[in-house]
Write a protein that binds this ligand. Structure first.
Ligand code: NAP
Length: 303
């Protein structure tokens, strides 16, 4: 059974190379013929791990290929996921399963609505990777991936493929708690690193700002029924600020490199969910406005 991987970016390449070297059949689905030609010129995907670069000549195709898709890893950014899945929807077999790697909340529902007969498995990952060249990915941070469904269904047998590939993972019945918790951590840290133009560790110099955002985020999580995700939020945010002190957040990296951010599925989503439930969330709303101003000033999309 072949895995199709939609999006050969950082995480998609990290999964594709590890699955492929473990002998699991993998096919990459690239956005168009120009990207396919560039991929073929590169000769495959390169994974840089512990300073060692290895090339994996994984088979690639475009969305309009005709082979049926039974298992699909969706590895695009949250704002691209729905359109990317729409481009291969006609190739999904009746028992198709999709694994959604997107950060934040909202893109998963957009994808599920687009392919209502497919089984959508949500994932939340703490692994880190970035691209340092064409079809070349650096494995920057070891981590763990949690997978699960919103209806708490059974774990699929193909999790064995992940074990064979050395992709640390667990099946969980509370994947939504994980996604909400990660959204809250992201909202407490990433926008501030953009506004202060700093590494994560420098947020230790803004303790009141961080604490007041965490208080509002915890209130939001509780109102959304995400009690477990709200527990000890400030403590964890402070731990992340310390343990990743030298890092630039993903949002800071996006802005610095002139790339679109995932604000629409993170801070925007937090504000929208709160306002819908009658919460004022003054700190988060002010943060959202300032972040959008900064994005607009840099000519980046504000959604
Ligand atoms: P990325 O490096 O930007 O990769 C996204 C890939 O999707 C790109 O290669 C892009 O193609 C491709 N794509 C977009 N639309 C497509 C389409 N219609 N058809 C085919 N391919 C398409 O992003 P990433 O960092 O891997 O992030 C993916 C998701 O994982 C995000 O939601 C992110 O927040 C989450 N995540 C990332 C990390 C990490 O360390 N990178 C960690 C945890 C979670 P082009 O190359 O042609 O633009």
């Amino acid at each position: 059974m072949s895995w199709h991987i939609l999006g050969a970016g950082s995480l998609g390449s990290l999964w594709a190379t590890r699955l492929s070297r473990a002998g699991v059949p993998v096919r990459l689905v690239l956005r168009n013929r120009a990207r396919l030609a560039a991929y073929q010129a590169a000769g495959g995907l390169t994974l840089v791990e512990d300073d060692q670069a290895n090339l994996y000549p994984i088979v690639a195709e475009t969305a309009d290929a005709s082979t049926p898709i039974r298992r699909l890893l969706v590895a695009c950014k949250a704002y691209d996921a729905e359109a990317a899945v729409a481009s291969i929807a006609s190739r999904l077999s009746a028992e198709a399963e999709l694994i959604l790697l997107q950060n934040g909340i909202g893109s998963q529902q957009e994808v599920a609505a687009r392919v209502p007969r497919a089984r959508c498995i949500l994932a939340s990952s703490t692994e880190g990777a970035f691209r340092d060249g064409a079809f070349r990915v650096v494995f920057a941070g070891r981590g763990h991936t949690w997978l699960g469904t919103s209806d708490e269904s059974h774990a699929p047998a193909w999790l064995d493929d992940l074990t064979r590939a050395g992709i640390p993972h667990d099946w969980t019945t509370d994947i939504l708690t994980r996604l909400w918790r990660k959204l809250a951590l992201n909202c407490a840290i990433n926008p501030l690193t953009v506004l202060h133009d700093c590494r994560n560790g420098e947020l230790a110099n803004h303790p009141e700002q961080v604490a007041s955002l965490c208080a509002e985020l915890a209130e939001l999580l509780l109102t959304c029924g995400q009690t477990a995700a709200a527990e000890g939020l400030l403590d964890e945010v402070q731990r992340v600020i310390q343990s990743t002190a030298a890092n630039y957040s993903s949002m800071h990296q996006d802005v610095a490199q002139g790339r679109r951010t995932e604000i629409g599925y993170l801070l925007d989503r937090a504000c929208t969910e709160g306002h819908r439930r009658g919460l004022a969330l003054p700190r988060l709303t002010a943060l959202q406005a300032r972040l959008k101003e900064t994005l607009a000033l840099r000519g980046l999309p504000t959604d």
